[in-house]
Write a protein that binds this ligand. Structure first.
Ligand SMILES: O=C(O)C[C@@H](Cc1ccccc1)C(=O)SCC(=O)c1ccccc1
Ligand SMILES: [Zn+2]
Length: 167
């Protein structure tokens, strides 16, 4: 099913998600809905917080032909190279805005997969950037938090106006 994506400044986007205690069939059903929702948006990532599920799980597919789905449950990141890279990030919860954000370029991640198996993987480039963006969502953080207060306020005002118009 395609799930509703919460939009900034919805306060529910600011909650800190809880660790997944056990990966069950219900977890896998949620992951399937999140992939369907992400591909339909379209997006290259989606965190459970964005669909108002406060669990530490996320999906990513940065491949050109949308054929490399990745699942990260209870992800833990360590920075391998502190050098920062810039990328014009977008966010399905902040539709229509792309802003430059700096993040570490090379990281290692340890997480559970959809079978509940632990894995560790080194990531770089867009995949590393996207994973950090998704983990921020699980911590109640949005990419607009890295912008100046003035830019963030302008984006909030434009989206609030859009939401009023749709009401
Ligand atoms: O809100 C999200 O988490 C999804 C977001 C992920 C992301 C994009 C860029 C940098 C970091 C994280 C998006 O997917 S926004 C849409 C987007 O970037 C895109 C959509 C279709 C094709 C390619 C990119
Ligand atoms: Zn986002």
């Amino acid at each position: 099913a395609i799930l509703d994506i919460l939009e900034f400044p919805d306060p529910r986007l600011r909650t800190r998600a809880q660790p997944v205690a056990e990966v069950t069939d219900a977890t896998r059903a949620l992951l399937a809905d999140m992939f369907e929702t992400m591909y339909a948006a379209p997006g290259i990532g989606l965190a459970a917080t964005q669909v108002n599920i406060q669990q530490r799980l996320l999906v990513i597919d940065v491949s050109e032909n949308r054929s490399e789905p990745l699942v990260f449950i209870n992800p833990e990141v360590t920075v391998l190279d502190p050098e920062l890279g810039e990328y014009d990030e977008g966010c399905l919860s902040v539709p229509g805005f792309y802003e430059t954000v700096q993040r570490p370029q090379r990281i290692s991640v340890t997480a559970l997969d959809a079978d509940g198996e632990t894995f560790t993987r080194e990531l770089q480039g867009l995949l590393a950037i996207c994973l950090q963006h998704e983990i921020d969502h699980l911590d109640g953080k949005l990419f607009v938090d890295y912008l100046t207060p003035l830019k963030r306020q302008r984006i909030r005002r434009k989206l609030e106006k859009e939401h009023r118009r749709q009401a």
